[in-house]
Design a protein around this ligand. Structure first.
Ligand SMILES: C[S@@+](CC[C@H](N)C(=O)[O-])C[C@H]1O[C@@H](n2cnc3c(N)ncnc32)[C@H](O)[C@@H]1O
Length: 236
């Protein structure tokens, strides 16, 4: 059981505000996640204190690190149970958030959950990243693409950077061992430039890292390549 006071303290510790209405929405999200997780593999983390830290706080920190203008468009590639995208949409109703995943049943869960939470700023798309990024309505349309726990940097950059418009950013949520340098070749080939990496620490889960790549030129049409090619010959 998580109380509002405990959740607020957790967010305060990272310098993030948490209103009672956000708390109620997060609790509703967690209840949906826990219930659905009984019959669908969504996440290994449903214990309340752990979910609050490793899912909600971790994803909320992204908003603190990347300053998104009012009304910005974001895509979360390989969103799974909605991390980080659903958290962004919940905390920033002005953002237009697209949640993309290759598993239809997860997309069904996300559509139902966004409706339950009253989030009108969420769109859910069932597609592989490398197919979605070929669609004119998605290619180079986003101020920010993000992803957490989907693939290693060279592969992930090929999945994500094609979605970003020029001047926008790809922000990868990573563990401590991956580095921005690992994406340098991929970034160059895909029209990006490494901005840098920034570490932060979760209270009990330890170090996490945010790697940022800015989109400086259009992605050549031949990217992203076919799924098997991306995995067999990562750009690196
Ligand atoms: C380990 S889960 C991580 C989910 C979530 N981002 C998180 O941090 O909890 C990876 C997710 O990425 C999705 N995924 C993997 N490869 C993908 C691809 N090429 N295109 C779209 N989704 C993909 C999987 O279906 C899965 O839901």
């Amino acid at each position: 059981m998580m109380t509002y006071e405990a959740a607020k303290q957790l967010f305060d510790g990272a310098g993030l505000p948490l209103t009672e209405s956000h708390f109620a929405q997060f609790q509703c999200y967690l209840a949906e996640l826990t219930e659905t997780n009984r019959h669908m593999n969504l996440t290994a983390i449903t214990e309340p204190a752990e979910a609050w830290e490793k899912h909600f706080l971790d994803c909320a920190i992204l908003l603190q690190k990347v300053q998104l203008p009012l009304g910005a468009t974001c895509i979360d590639v390989g969103t799974g149970a909605g991390f980080p995208g659903m958290v962004l949409a919940l905390l920033r109703p002005d953002l237009q958030v697209t949640l993309l995943d290759s598993l239809q049943k997860r997309i069904g869960f996300l559509e139902q959950t966004a409706a339950k939470l009253g989030l009108a700023n969420v769109r859910c798309i069932h597609a592989r990243a490398e197919d979605g990024a070929k669609l004119p309505e998605l290619r180079e349309q986003f101020d920010m693409a993000t992803a957490r726990a989907v693939a290693a940097m060279p592969v992930l950059t090929e999945y994500c950077l094609p979605f970003v418009k020029q001047g926008g950013v790809f922000a990868a949520m990573k563990g401590p061992s991956e580095t921005a340098e690992q994406a340098e070749t991929a970034a160059k080939l895909l029209g990006g430039e490494i901005v840098g990496e920034e570490s932060y620490t979760l209270p009990t889960a330890g170090e996490r890292k945010l790697i940022r790549i800015r989109k400086t030129a259009p992605t050549p049409q031949k990217y992203p390549r076919r799924s098997d090619k991306i995995k067999k010959q990562p750009l690196g």
